[in-house]
Ligand binder design. Structure first.
Ligand SMILES: [Fe+2]
Ligand SMILES: [Fe+2]
Length: 202
């Protein structure tokens, strides 16, 4: 079901760039995220064009190597913390946002924030950031028990899907004895608190 964003000409140079920098399998994921983000925007009343742009641009730096991610983050003025320095892949979302602005002229703060937040999240995510975070989890080619948990949550509300996504990430990191980035914890706590009754909100 092509949404409005799928018909616009701005996609052509982005697709050409992606075909040169991203494996075909990943391109399928990116197009799935774009379509899912548009569907979620329709369902939850967000801007369809912004959702599509965030989806198509979200993984520009996904296949950059560790050294390239670190050098691009430095060049773009993105702060790098100790966990990101030890796992540079965590920088691909922030670097993708910088490249979306630099290569494709994306200036919308909400689109850029959604791209930057799609992996680690943050506290106080706006609706577009929630949509992209969830779309990245549940686009049609994603498989797995954890994905099904997030998909089921997304039938209820965006925030409960964000909560489930952050919790599944934390569980997997604990299972594999890996570091948990503080932004993942911020995302989980923000989503949990925002789902509570106003009188009991943390
Ligand atoms: Fe990503
Ligand atoms: Fe992605």
């Amino acid at each position: 079901m092509p949404g409005p964003a799928l018909k616009t000409t701005w996609r052509t140079p982005v697709l050409a760039w992606l075909e040169q920098h991203v494996p075909a399998r990943r391109l399928t994921h990116i197009l799935g995220v774009e379509a899912t983000a548009i569907e979620l925007a329709q369902r939850w009343g967000a801007d369809l064009d912004r959702a599509g742009r965030a989806g198509l641009l979200h993984d520009l730096a996904k296949y950059f190597g560790p050294e390239q991610l670190l050098s691009e983050a430095e060049r773009l003025g993105i702060p790098i913390d100790a966990i990101q320095r030890s796992t540079p892949h965590l920088l691909h979302a922030d670097v993708s946002a910088g490249l979306a602005r630099e290569l494709f002229g994306e200036t919308d703060p909400s689109v850029l924030a959604a791209i930057a937040n799609h992996t680690l999240g943050n506290s106080d995510l706006d609706i577009l950031s929630q949509i992209l975070y969830v779309a990245d989890w549940i686009e049609p080619t994603r498989r797995g028990e954890d994905v099904e948990i997030v998909r089921k949550a997304a039938m209820g509300s965006l925030r409960s899907a964000v909560l489930s996504g952050a919790e599944q990430t934390i569980l997997e990191l604990i299972h594999n004895r890996r570091l948990i980035h503080p932004r993942t914890l911020l995302t989980r706590n923000w989503a949990l608190c925002s789902l509570q009754e106003p009188s009991q909100r943390c």
